[in-house]
Design a protein around this ligand. Structure first.
Ligand SMILES: [Zn+2]
Ligand SMILES: [Zn+2]
Length: 220
């Protein structure tokens, strides 16, 4: 079997298996399992129509019945988790190892502290990030402070630009044709054309937006 056909067959089978797992809800499929499946595909060849039966061991959480291919994930599923700093119990399915308030404390401690007056001096038309993660203008912050809202500190912002990502487009195009039976490879000329268009568009349209700069805490 040609390498490319093997890869196509592997992705098809993995998709199929993932679909089956999907029926059980949130099932994680670790990469090593996917690798095992790809390796087992050897006898699954086109012409001969041979199919090798494979079995995967799964683990079910006794409490919520979710199924995992990874034993350690299954074990941890419904066991209570605690904040690594204050030891309070974390909500079920909480992604972080520390609670919201401890995470905020750490974030603030790590940030460089700047006085609000100094920040305004350097960023007269600037933007800031509130503790809840909202990006607002310095003017709006001043208005809200004057209206009596309490801010002890906020975070800074970084300028970002919205750009067409050339690599992502090419990858997406190539992924799409890979699943067709009669796919053709794009020529270098065709790909270069997309690259050129993206570069020109990005240079011409500098769409600005702001994102949180958690390295700077502005003391109000
Ligand atoms: Zn569970
Ligand atoms: Zn905590």
């Amino acid at each position: 079997m040609e390498q490319i056909e093997k890869e196509k067959e592997a992705s098809r089978l993995i998709k199929l298996i993932r679909g089956k797992f999907g029926e059980y809800g949130d099932v994680e499929m670790p990469l090593n399992q996917i690798k095992i499946i790809s390796d087992m595909l050897e006898p699954y060849c086109y012409g001969g129509g041979l199919i090798k039966m494979i079995e995967i061991t799964c683990y079910k959480c006794e409490k919520c019945s979710k199924i995992y291919t990874d034993k350690e994930f299954a074990k941890k599923c419904c066991t209570p988790k605690y904040c690594e700093y204050c030891k309070c119990e974390l909500p079920h399915k909480y992604y972080y190892t520390a609670c919201d308030s401890c995470r905020e404390k750490c974030k603030y401690e790590r940030a460089e502290k700047i006085d609000f007056k100094d920040y305004i001096k350097n960023n007269p038309n600037g933007w800031i990030t509130t503790k809840c993660g909202h990006i607002i203008s310095v003017d709006e912050l001043i208005d809200r402070i004057e209206d009596g809202e309490a801010f002890d500190y906020v975070y800074g912002t970084n300028v970002q630009y919205i750009e067409i990502n050339y690599d992502q487009i090419i990858t997406q195009l190539q992924e799409e044709v890979m699943f067709e039976d009669d796919f053709e490879i794009f020529s270098n000329e065709q790909l270069n054309e997309i690259c050129e268009f993206a570069s020109n568009w990005n240079a011409k349209n500098r769409f600005k937006y702001y994102e949180e700069d958690r390295k700077v805490a502005i003391i109000i």
